[in-house]
Design a protein around this ligand. Structure first.
Ligand code: HEC
Length: 151
């Protein structure tokens, strides 16, 4: 019994530095991306227009509730009449049923404030123009110019 408890304690101690490192930053979008993939990506895509069990979260920061085209929201969500500001998201992600009573989002809440801050920082990157990677053409290939010429 005792030995088992000790082993568990040791395992928690090993994990502790990772948690402390995450909490040291005020809001870390890269850490938030990991939270997203661990806790949200099973139901939500970060790609525009991709609805899964839940609506796409691309551009969710600043978006009105229930506004993702093609997603079938619950009446509770659709009529909640909120705007997903960072503050609103923070309260919602801590306790979804409290902010949108009757929501069909089957998620109990993320109770770690630092992780929520990181997650919201990540969600905010999804709405920035230019956040989507575009392949920069290095040099025009071959001799043929794409632009029309008079020749
Ligand atoms: C098990 C599935 C599931 C998980 C996990 C989940 N969600 Fe959801 N989420 C949903 C569903 C379903 C809805 C639609 C709720 C409704 O219509 O009532 C939703 C709705 C939302 C909305 C409202 C979107 C809008 O357009 O109004 C936000 C924001 C959101 N989720 C964020 C998150 C974040 C961030 C996480 C991770 C911490 C998460 N969700 C985890 C299923 C999930």
């Amino acid at each position: 019994m005792r030995a088992g408890m000790k082993r568990l304690g040791a395992a928690l101690l090993l994990l502790a530095p990772l948690g402390a490192a995450g909490a040291a930053h005020a809001a870390d979008a890269a850490a938030g991306r990991q939270v997203f993939h661990a806790q949200c990506a099973i139901c939500h895509s970060d790609k525009p227009g991709v609805n899964k069990i839940g609506p796409s979260l691309y551009g969710v920061v600043g978006r009105h509730t229930g506004a993702e085209p093609g997603y079938s929201y619950s009446v509770a969500n659709k009529n909640s009449n909120l705007v997903w500001t960072p503050a609103e998201l923070d309260a919602y992600l801590n306790d979804p049923q409290k902010i949108v009573p009757g929501t069909k989002m089957p998620y109990g809440g993320l109770h770690n404030a630092a992780k929520r801050a990181n997650l919201i920082a990540f969600l905010a990157t999804l709405s920035k123009p230019g956040a989507v990677a575009t392949a920069a053409p290095a040099k025009p290939a071959g001799g043929k110019a794409a632009a029309p010429s008079n020749g």
